[in-house]
Design a protein around this ligand. Structure first.
Ligand code: AMP
Ligand code: ZN
Length: 500
């Protein structure tokens, strides 16, 4: 039986059978990072979640065009839509850098981190500043359709007019216009320019000190944040496309306003399915720098944080993320990471053991075939059911004791047919590497264990140097390792090493 893909659609608040606009093809847009600071672990979780979605859609046989943007203009401090400063402009002013230097620096860092977590690059990664002309065009279309108005060089989307004409406004976020009115800030300077507090800026007049600004028919200014995603998704995926994704926190105002803008410009919905990934927490609370309740990916990789007892590898962290469903919150704790690290090792070892197994069964179906095939089928079905990575993983973990049993003789290799064993090998491999995007870190860095041996030698040499107060040599070893992105961590049981 062919599996049917079901996706939870935030718009209908229900799981729906997925129907692409064009059979076999999928257009998917995911809101990318705002590149004014280092990417944090919460961002990484969302991008890993959508990486698994992308990987699974391809695995299921679709040709996917995956567009994930870089926000390099328009995202204002506090997500406001008025005189608040642009996040990138602000950083550039504070650091005395060109805005594009800020953008380049954090875009590079973002790409590096995505690489470390083994996420696939999107098919297209458009930048907002590369699409100013298209954004001006969309503002004009919305004005022409009577759903926006200009005031003192800024252009605002007329939410009340839109809400009166089209009941779609507020549907995605579940807010009604009264909420929208009361929730909108009225402490902003340009509030008086708006007809209603819930209206939002789609073009913002820049004051002369603003670093990033462009000519437009209305003023020298810059586009509103929500506009870029409406414009770039339309440009690369068409006016209506299949899937739009992002973190939960973007539902309102960002995605709600994107829907409004697309209707305002072309009277059509941007996306048929809206997917929202849930937030990453730490020790049960929202990650927050100001409450000292946050951790950076690098602190996790090196173990340099009071919140954790040791270093964790990128793949153990990726595995940890896969253990929860993308629509559930995920709580990062030291215990959960320790458990994930163990689980990751068990899965990888199971896979290694499996590779070496050979059936001794002669002909026809064998005793264990039905059970093994059923577990494999269930693992796949769970992925078709709204990308349920935790339950799919659960099925793989039901298979691991069988694999180990076949290896140590608790189960007989005569009880599984060659066909089933080969299928099991293929599916395990497909899941671990292609769908879950995990990598065998030991194999990558260690091969036959030579690296472990060499590292122990280096650690011993450094220990000797320190014992004889030969600081020159011990510093040289530390700096040399740092250049190779290898970090040493001294603990009470000796010195550990990890790749950063
Ligand atoms: P930003 O750079 O703030 O625009 O965010 C980039 C992406 O990361 C968006 O899809 C956000 O929804 C998502 N995101 C931000 N914080 C978290 C978090 N704590 N957990 C999961 N995703 C997050
Ligand atoms: Zn967006």
């Amino acid at each position: 039986m062919k599996n049917e893909l079901k996706i939870y659609n935030s718009l209908s608040r229900s799981k729906e059978v997925f129907q692409p606009l064009e059979p076999g093809y999928i257009g998917m847009y995911v809101c990318g990072p705002t590149v004014y600071s280092d990417v944090h672990l919460g961002n990484c979780r969302t991008f890993v979640n959508f990486d698994v979605v992308y990987r699974f859609l391809k695995y299921a046989g679709y040709k996917v065009r995956y567009v994930r943007n870089i926000t390099d203009v328009g995202h204002l401090v506090g997500d406001a839509d008025s005189n608040a400063e642009d996040k990138i402009s602000k950083k550039a002013r504070q650091e005395k850098l060109e805005p594009m230097e800020v953008v380049q620096h954090y875009t590079n860092g973002f790409h590096e981190m995505m690489d470390i977590f083994n996420t696939l690059p999107p098919s297209i990664e458009p930048r907002a500043t590369g699409h100013i002309i298209e954004q001006i065009e969309m503002v004009q279309q919305i004005l022409d359709n009577g759903l926006a108005y200009e005031k003192n060089g800024s252009v605002y989307f007329d939410t009340i007019k839109f809400a009166n004409e089209n009941e779609v406004y507020g549907k995605l976020s579940g807010r009604v216009i009264d909420d929208l009115m009361s929730e909108s800030r009225d402490d902003l300077k340009n509030q008086s320019e708006k007809k209603h507090p819930s209206d939002f800026a789609i073009w913002i007049k820049a004051d002369p000190t603003h670093l990033m600004r462009w000519n437009s028919p209305w003023s020298v200014g810059f586009p509103g944040w929500h506009l870029e995603c409406s414009v770039m998704s339309t440009k690369y995926l068409g006016k209506t496309f299949d899937i739009h994704g992002g973190g939960n926190d973007l539902k309102f105002p960002h995605h709600e306003n994107e829907v409004a803008q697309n209707f305002g410009a072309c009277n059509c919905a941007p996306s048929n399915y809206w997917m929202h990934a849930n937030m990453l927490l730490m020790n049960g609370k929202k990650m927050s720098k100001s409450d000292d309740n946050s951790i950076t990916p690098n602190e996790l990789f090196t173990g340099n944080s009071a919140h954790i007892s040791k270093a964790y590898s990128p793949m153990a962290i990726r595995f940890f993320m896969l253990q929860s469903h993308y629509r559930s919150t995920l709580d990062l704790t030291d215990e959960a990471l320790l458990a994930a690290e163990k689980g990751f090792r068990r899965l990888m070892e199971g896979n290694k053991v499996l590779t070496d197994l050979t059936s001794t069964h002669q002909d026809g179906p064998a005793a264990l075939d039905a059970e093994i095939n059923e577990l494999i089928n269930q693992a796949i079905e769970h992925m078709y059911d709204d990308f349920s990575t935790p339950t799919a993983l659960g099925k793989l973990f039901e298979l691991v004791p069988k694999i180990n049993g076949l290896k140590d003789g608790h189960l007989s290799l005569a009880e599984v047919s060659t066909e089933t064993l080969e299928r099991l090998k293929k599916i395990f491999n497909d899941f671990i590497f292609d769908i879950f995007g995990l990598q065998d870190e030991m194999e990558q860095s260690n091969g036959d264990g030579t690296l472990d041996g060499l590292m122990q030698l280096v650690i011993d040499l450094r220990q000797n140097a320190r014992a004889t107060k030969d600081w020159g040599t011990s510093d040289k070893i530390r700096d040399g390792l740092a250049a190779l992105k290898i970090q040493l961590k001294d603990g009470k049981d000796g010195t550990d090493w990890s790749k950063i």
